[in-house]
Design a binder for this molecule. Structure first.
Ligand code: K7E
Ligand code: CUA
Length: 653
């Protein structure tokens, strides 16, 4: 009955929303943006923003770098998708990054970026992001702002409760949204219940290098593991995962996974499991997953196929996992900066449920259990419940925190952000979002030290917020000033793809480390040239290797003859420049891939299959100097049986 009522509530709210968006929101700002607010987001020409925001590109598969408070976009970092803008996923050096156990995959669905931490504070070394569809975790280096590592996650499907890091980046954690047979096998879908498993993967991160390895996977009951967050401070050593579909339904989940009054937050004591594993616990299970690593010295990626993974059965490790009953199909699972409160946002509940870590430990120590599920003890709701924020809104999704003991929760259906007080659970303020907000971000949000100046909401629906551009719209984000008692909307800005989540950090922590060039001396690429005198062309059967260089404003060589139809031509292009922001591009007519955009000191390789006899041009795509238009060359392509000698030249040489 309760479900039915809520269902109607959903409908009504959805109708309201649709009519609101459809009829056009004219200002929607609680009074028009005043001059004061405009000044708050104004970053004068040539000045820098105060924060970096790394915003998920969702189904673009990438990660976007924005500045706050201006809302300006600085860079799209290709992660899980081919990116013709710079040749990522097309060049020989970068295609191994997109290798998986299913072969080369050109696309991904990224969700949750999270920045590395030391002692609970964002250290700005790396940002991690998950791929939901073909489960993977990527690491992006925040000196070069490039993807440097991607690890596939076996036994997982819908890698969603990911990629959150523990407070010393001991682990980046990846949990499966869809449970699946483990190991995969041919079985009836109807036998889901009790047979499928949900793998929660703990990926160890090397303290110095950031290198990732899957340390262990917990094979949990076949629920849907939706989101997760680490404990911190007093709760460091624990990780919390929301679940839904504890009914273990395999069809029509919108009805069948909403039956239970409460689902669970799974509390995982990873330190206990770490100890268990150290003492030889768990079993090595055959598995196939790719581990792709990019090296800044060779400027190349390698892909290794791993063959096994350590799995742990939670019911065999006493003290490792407990279930915290949480109403009702919770989505977000957020932990307060001090580590005491675990907030579960029940999508189908009007209340927000907050659990107390202290009470949880108490209940565990006193063995106050309320049954078990698959051998995992269930705690009693009343024993662990810290409080509820009542009737806060409709469709709560995610919560972030500021530095003053406040929490901010997004409500998808009622389209608003609600500010409330930790401990008293009273609602302090609410502000509309435009429209249907998903995640929100406060810089430093997932750490011991969140900031208290800005919050931005990332919305699922845009409708009339910007000039119309046809049916397909970018999503909209809204930036709020949260320094006062009441939140104030100060900026609207579009994001790219679907901005599921963002991680934001004070710019000062990373901007001084950002690399400007790659040192040519340190270029260890096999096919690099260090000067023009090394440039050359070599034939090996029908393979032709062109060792080429770029410098303002020419290629060396720029005239090549002796190439034949049917050859496989490798352009190994090294950019000899050693100045900041002088890339050169390389594009060849009829090339079946993308251009190369080559940074100073870097080498990139592209393959071209000459198909037609003639003289064919190539050119630099990046306007690099006043004589950029002169940066071009020709390749003479002769018939397959021609005996024209291979030759190359630049100028009169
Ligand atoms: Cu968009 Cu975090 Cu993937 Cu919620 S998730 S909204
Ligand atoms: Cu080099 Cu344009």
């Amino acid at each position: 009955m309760k479900i039915l009522k809520l269902g109607i509530g959903f409908l009504t709210a959805a109708t309201l929303l649709a009519s609101c968006g459809g009829s056009g929101n004219k200002n929607g700002t609680d009074g028009a943006l005043n001059k004061n607010n405009a000044e708050k987001v104004y970053v004068a020409p040539g000045e820098h923003d105060e924060y970096y925001a790394f915003i998920s590109g969702g189904y673009s598969g990438n990660l976007l770098v924005y500045g706050l408070p201006s809302g300006r976009m600085f860079k799209e970092i290709p992660v899980f998708s081919q990116f013709p803008t710079n040749g990522y996923g097309y060049s020989e050096e970068t295609t191994p990054m997109l290798n998986t156990s299913y072969g080369f995959i050109p696309w991904g669905d990224s969700h949750h970026p999270d920045i590395s931490q030391t002692e609970g504070v964002l250290d700005g070394r790396w940002v991690f992001i998950n791929e939901n569809n073909t489960p993977r975790i990527a690491r992006i280096d925040l000196e070069t702002f490039e993807t440097v590592e991607i690890i596939e996650v076996p036994n997982s499907a819908g890698n969603h409760s990911s990629s959150f890091v523990t407070e010393n980046t001991e682990y980046v954690v990846a949990g499966t949204r869809f449970s699946v047979p483990v190991p995969q096998r041919d079985m009836s879908i109807k036998d889901y219940k009790g047979e499928f498993k949900g793998a929660l993967s703990f990926i160890g991160v090397d303290k110095e290098t950031g290198s990732m390895e899957i340390d262990f996977q917990l094979l949990m009951p076949g629920f849907n593991y939706d989101l997760s967050h680490p404990g911190r401070g007093k709760s460091h050593g624990w990780f919390f995962f929301t679940t839904y579909n504890t009914e273990e339904a395999n069809s029509l989940l919108e009805v069948n996974a909403s039956q239970n009054d409460k689902d669970f937050i799974a509390a995982v004591n990873w330190k206990v499991i770490e100890e268990y594993v150290k003492n030889g616990g768990g079993t090595m299970m055959p598995a196939e997953y790719a581990h792709n690593v990019y090296d800044h010295h060779t400027h190349s990626a390698t892909s290794t196929m791993k063959k096994e993974v350590r799995v742990v059965n939670p019911s065999e490790v006493p003290g490792a996992v407990y279930f915290l009953p949480t109403p009702k199909s919770p989505h977000g699972c957020d932990v307060s900066p001090d580590g005491e409160y675990i907030v579960g946002n029940g999508k189908l509940s009007t209340d927000l449920t907050v659990h107390s870590f202290t009470k949880m430990i108490d209940a565990i120590e006193n063995k106050k259990f309320d049954g078990e599920a698959y051998g995992i003890p269930i705690l009693n709701f009343d024993d662990i419940h810290a409080g509820s924020v009542e009737k806060a809104g409709l469709g709560p999704l995610h919560t972030e925190f500021d530095d003053k003991g406040n929490a901010y929760t997004t409500f998808f259906i009622s389209s608003e952000v609600v500010k409330w007080k930790l401990g008293t659970w009273e609602v302090i303020d609410r502000k509309p979002t435009y429209y249907s907000v998903g995640h929100l971000t406060i810089p430093g949000g997932n750490s011991r030290e969140p900031t208290g100046k800005y919050m931005f909401a990332m919305n699922k629906i845009t409708k009339d917020r910007y000039l119309p551009v046809g049916p397909e719209l970018e999503h909209s984000a809204q930036l709020y000033d949260i320094s006062g008692e009441k939140m104030e909307l100060i900026l609207d800005f579009p994001t790219h793809g679907e901005p599921h989540y963002a991680a934001a950090i004070k710019a000062d922590v990373i901007k001084g480390n950002a690399k400007q060039i790659y040192e040519l001396d340190e270029n260890k690429h096999n096919h690099a040239v260090k000067s023009e005198k090394d440039t050359r062309v070599e034939r090996k059967g029908n393979e032709v290797h062109i060792y080429m260089s770029t410098i303002r404003s020419h290629f060396s060589p720029d005239n090549i003859e002796g190439i034949k139809v049917g050859d496989k031509v490798f352009f190994h292009v090294t950019n000899l420049e050693q100045d900041f922001d002088v890339p050169h591009g390389f594009a060849m007519i009829g090339q079946n891939s993308a251009e190369l955009l080559i940074m100073p000191g870097q080498t990139r390789t592209s393959i071209w299959y000459p198909k037609k006899v003639g003289v064919w041009p190539f050119y630099c795509t990046d306007f690099c100097s006043a004589l950029h238009q002169e940066m071009q060359g020709y390749i003479r392509v002769s018939p397959t049986d021609s005996d024209i000698e291979l030759s190359w030249s630049l100028g009169d040489d």
